[in-house]
Design a binder for this molecule. Structure first.
Ligand code: HEC
Length: 122
C-alpha cells in the first residue's frame, strides 16, 4: 500500500505542471497580434470616435483627430499605438491609466482602439 501512495505523490507535481503550462498557454493566446485583419473586420473606428469622446480618453491624451489635448498620458499622435496594443491597454489599464473593462463593452474597446490606431498621427 505504501508503494501505491508514493506513486500518487508523483501525480501532484505532474498535475501542477500541467496546470501551469495550460495557464501559460491561455495567457499567451491573449498577447497582442500584429495582424490588422481582426481590426478590419471586427471593429468600427467611426463609432470608436464617439467612445473616445464620451468616456473621456481626451482628458488624459492628446489626439488631434478628436480635438483632445490631455497631458496626463502619452500623446497618442506621437505614440501611434497599434490596434492590438491599444486594445490591451484600454482593457487592462496600467501605468496610472484605469482599466475600462467594466465601463466599456468588448465591442466598444475594439472600436475605440481601432479609432486610435486609425486616426493617430499627423
Ligand atoms: C486618467 C487618465 C487616462 C485616461 C482617462 C485614459 N488614459 Fe490612456 N494612458 C494614460 C497613461 C498615464 C498612460 C501611460 C501608461 C504607461 O505609462 O504605461 C496611458 C497609455 C495609453 C496608451 C499607450 C499604451 C502603451 O503601452 O504605450 C494607449 C493606447 C491609451 N492610453 C489609450 C487610451 C484610450 C483609448 C483611452 C480611453 C478609453 C484612455 N487611454 C484613457 C492615462 C489615461
Amino acid at each position: 500500500m505504501a508503494e501505491t501512495r508514493s506513486w500518487r505523490w508523483v501525480l501532484v507535481p505532474v498535475t501542477v505542471g500541467a496546470l501551469v503550462s495550460l495557464t501559460a498557454g491561455l495567457l499567451a493566446r491573449h498577447q497582442p497580434r500584429s495582424t490588422g485583419y481582426f481590426q478590419l473586420f471586427f471593429s468600427d473606428p467611426v463609432a470608436g470616435g464617439n467612445v473616445f469622446t464620451s468616456v473621456g480618453c481626451g482628458s488624459c491624451h492628446t489626439l488631434a483627430a478628436a480635438n483632445a489635448h490631455g497631458q496626463i498620458g502619452p500623446n497618442l499622435d506621437r505614440l501611434k499605438p497599434p490596434y492590438d496594443l491599444a486594445c490591451v491597454q484600454v482593457e487592462r489599464g496600467g501605468g496610472s491609466m484605469p482599466s475600462f473593462k467594466g465601463q466599456l463593452t468588448p465591442a466598444q474597446i475594439r472600436d475605440v482602439s481601432a479609432y486610435v490606431a486609425t486616426y493617430a498621427g499627423p
